[in-house]
Write a protein that binds this ligand. Sequence first.
Ligand SMILES: Nc1ncnc2c1ncn2[C@@H]1O[C@H](COP(=O)(O)OP(=O)(O)OP(=O)(O)O)[C@@H](O)[C@H]1O
Ligand SMILES: [Mg+2]
Length: 234
Amino acid sequence: MNSYLSVVAPGTGATTVLRARAVSKTYGDREVLKAVDLEVLAGEMLAITGPSGSGKSTLLHCLATIVQPDAGEITFGGLQLSRLAEARRSEMRRTCFGIMFQFGQLVPELSAAENVALPLLLRGMRRGEAIARATAVLDRFGVAEFAPARPSALSGGQAQRVAMARAVATDPTILFADEPTGALDSNSGARVLDELVALARAGTAVVMVTHDPAAASRADRVVELRDGMLEAPA
Ligand SMILES: Nc1ncnc2c1ncn2[C@@H]1O[C@H](COP(=O)(O)OP(=O)(O)OP(=O)(O)O)[C@@H](O)[C@H]1O
Ligand SMILES: [Mg+2]
């Protein structure tokens, strides 16, 4: 865990680690997000569902500060992220957030271990130490034997576990996962979901975008994006 302070949601006793207030995003004439409010609690597994094109990835990218909302505010550890300089936001992403993208995540020229070591090297860790830690995290997700392998030599499920290892190598407060089971068969998907649930139980908040009902059923809480707004699913 890191040194950023968390705030306690009034009346609930649960600790809010990230809060989105009235977050809006428009692309062209399409209002993708319309004043979305969302809180992420410490150690919860939250699923964001919704039809294709409903804005799930856009919302996840806004929460993770990869995309700047047009309006609204994301607060993390009591800090309003839009008020921070980009350098500070980017440092926070590196230290507090882990991100599994929907498409094309692993660097094809690097081995699995080097991919996982990348965020550690970016944080200034020495190469030997970073590779050792990367190998340990790969081991935790059952893919240590693929440490020297290039991503092209991995199955979809193995690659997704390497991507998960990379996302959590820095021990983030929040893991953002965009369709982590989207390209996997049900067995590989179930295994990735087991790992995500285990991460949440160990205290990492997991924010997962998914259109997969099996994935959503593993979450502690499910919210649905419809017409740019978040609702509890029917
Ligand atoms: N960078 C961008 N520039 C322009 N339009 C964009 C951009 N990113 C997303 N959009 C548009 O915003 C809408 C929401 O896209 P988004 O990728 O967030 O949907 P999604 O719910 O994640 O879809 P899927 O389930 O297919 O992954 C779509 O209409 C998309 O075309
Ligand atoms: Mg998407």
